[in-house]
Design a protein around this ligand. Structure first.
Ligand code: ATP
Ligand code: MG
Length: 558
């Protein structure tokens, strides 16, 4: 973004809130945000939005951001996820002020719960989960008080301690806040704040057998860390009064919660639970399958952190749920790769056509110089070998072309990228009529960069030298799902998987790719990167994104 557009860009509503708070000297002029993932899966692009927002605000206004693992559910959490989350946040380009774990606060949260009991604001309930659910009432009918609601403070303290000491089995008792069973806000109807779970925790091991619920862990953790702006997604709006209630009753640091719309993208799902199903049921090769919207997936596919940050900036921060066109993300990826990708030639056809240049001396080769990246002249150029026999895409030839087909056809002239103009003179076919070779002649004075032929041709095609072409595997990806808006789709989300989301092609690359690393533009074909499965014996490339920009075109039409 240029300085000019930055100036006119208006603030989003969170920036307005932060600027206002800083102006008023709230929290002593401090700004501390947090990114609070639950380590129960790999991060996805929705998390990237939250990361860019939390870290971005802190960067812009001279604050800091904590990375807090919201690890209060021992069943689903794992250290593997913790490590991947840290790697993903760093890859996106952010560094946290402190790495913290909600589980480190278990002792403090236990004390907070006792404090509520002592104030007569929490009680141990022996009701079954079903009984508690039926006591809740409905949004239009008040709930009913539990028969255990009037237990004395002493009894509650003793029972709660017994829960902690492992005296009772899972599900036999819970601790509930004592608020209002008739509240119009269902979250106020004596929410469960602790449950018994005899389970091994990835960090605290078997030290605890009671675990706090989200509502009794999140706000309290924010408060312990003195988070000034606790930013979460819209579904937490109804939890906010409870967030404030606990802070007020416990008389602890007043963190505040703010909500924004979660990121939803067309043609994909954005939920760790669903993504986990895709992995576990083998619909994709893993969390980092390049078709996945996970950060590890898009990284492997060749998306760059710069492109993702640019995308998050462009979509802005909304207060209402919406669905973003994945085409915009692809646009951002293309924008960035166009600036940095080395241009190379690869014939993406397992069955290319051989072109024999009949007036080029047999046995002769020459090195042609081809620019690495016209967007970055300082990247220089490299040598590409040219000889009498080359390979071209089968689709770049037509025996009976329509008008305006500017590629190879009998009698047509075309430029070979970085090389010469050739003319197709003869089509060789096998006994079944399939074209096997084209015999062409080249114009020696038409060499790119020093063309004195005076000939004008409309088309330029890419090619590789037949004798030195490198066989490579190329993985072409399409949308993982066939429907645009999965939230509206009927049935199970997996019914809508695109059966053709992966196509494997055996292709022929120019030999410079033997030393491949990083990102390439395969001329006329798209952006590609080396895949992690690749080995020197078997090079594998992922198509990151095609060249065609459907998104920008659609915008013009609108
Ligand atoms: P999921 O449903 O995928 O498990 P989650 O919200 O449960 O997501 P958390 O690990 O709890 O995942 O999320 C960490 C942070 O990322 C939270 O602050 C959450 O609001 C935010 N977040 C999660 N998904 C999105 C999304 N699609 N768009 C924006 N922020 C998101
Ligand atoms: Mg969650």
């Amino acid at each position: 973004m240029t300085e000019e557009t930055k100036e006119v860009k208006s603030l989003n509503f969170l920036e307005e809130i932060v600027e206002n708070d800083l102006r008023e000297g709230k929290s002593g002029g401090r700004l501390l945000t947090r990114f609070p993932p639950e380590p129960n899966g790999y991060l996805h692009l929705g998390h990237a939005k939250s990361i860019c927002l939390n870290f971005g605000l802190a960067q812009k206004y001279g604050g800091q951001t904590n990375l807090r693992f919201d690890d209060t559910n021992p069943i689903t959490e794992d250290t593997e996820y913790v490590d991947s989350i840290k790697a993903d946040v760093r890859w996106l380009g952010f560094e946290w002020a402190a790495e913290l774990y909600a589980s480190d606060y278990f002792a403090q949260l236990y004390e907070f719960a006792k404090k509520l009991i002592q104030q007569g604001l929490a009680y141990v309930d022996d009701s079954t989960a079903e009984a508690i659910a039926s006591q809740k009432g409905t949004p239009t009918e008040p709930g009913q008080n539990s028969p255990f609601r009037s237990r004395s403070v002493e009894e509650n303290l003793e029972l709660f301690e017994g829960m902690k000491d492992g005296k009772y089995p899972d599900g036999s008792r819970v601790l509930r806040a004592k608020i209002d069973m008739a509240s119009p806000n269902m979250h106020f109807r004596d929410p469960v704040i602790y449950r018994i779970k005899h389970a091994h925790h990835h960090r605290t091991g078997d030290q605890w057998c009671i675990y706090p619920m989200y509502d009794f862990a999140h706000g309290q953790s924010d408060s312990i860390e003195q988070i000034t702006h606790s930013i979460c997604t819209l579904e937490f709006i109804p939890h906010r009064p409870l967030y404030d209630w606990f802070i007020q009753k416990l008389d602890i640091f007043p963190s505040h919660q703010y909500e924004f719309a979660r990121l939803n993208l067309t043609y994909t799902v954005m939920s760790k639970r669903k993504l986990k199903q895709l992995v576990e049921e083998g619909h994709v090769a893993g969390w980092d399958d390049p078709r996945m919207p996970t950060l590890s997936g898009v990284r492997r596919r060749g998306y760059t952190p710069e492109a993702i940050r640019d995308f998050c900036e462009r979509i802005g921060v909304a207060k209402r749920d919406n669905l973003i066109d994945v085409g915009l993300l692809e646009f951002c990826v293309r924008e960035h790769l166009n600036k940095m990708a080395t241009r190379v030639m690869v014939v993406l056809d397992p069955d290319p056509i051989k072109v024999v240049i009949t007036n080029y001396p047999e046995g002769q080769t020459e090195e042609l110089s081809i620019e690495n990246n016209p967007e970055q002249p300082e990247e220089g150029s490299r040598q590409v070998t040219f000889s009498r026999e080359i390979l071209v895409e089968r689709e770049d030839f037509m025996e009976n072309p329509p008008k305006k087909f500017f590629r190879l056809a009998p009698g047509n002239r075309v430029r070979l990228k970085g090389a010469y103009i050739i003319e197709c003179n003869e089509v060789i076919k096998d006994s079944e009529g399939k074209v096997t070779e084209l015999h062409c002649t080249y114009v020696p004075e038409s060499k790119s960069g020093s063309d004195t032929s005076g000939l004008k041709v409309q088309g330029t095609i890419h090619w590789v030298n037949a004798a030195t072409a490198l066989p490579v595997e190329v993985r072409l990806y399409d949308r993982l799902f066939q429907v645009e808006d999965l939230s509206e789709a009927e049935g199970d989300f997996k019914d809508h998987l695109n059966p053709n989301s992966l196509e494997i092609v055996h292709a022929f690359a120019e030999p410079s790719l033997k030393e491949a690393s990083g990102t390439y533009q395969f001329l006329r074909k798209g952006y590609f990167c080396l895949d992690a499965d690749s080995s020197p014996e078997r090079l594998i490339f992922n198509r990151t994104v095609g060249l065609k920009d459907s998104w920008a075109k659609d915008q013009k039409k609108k």
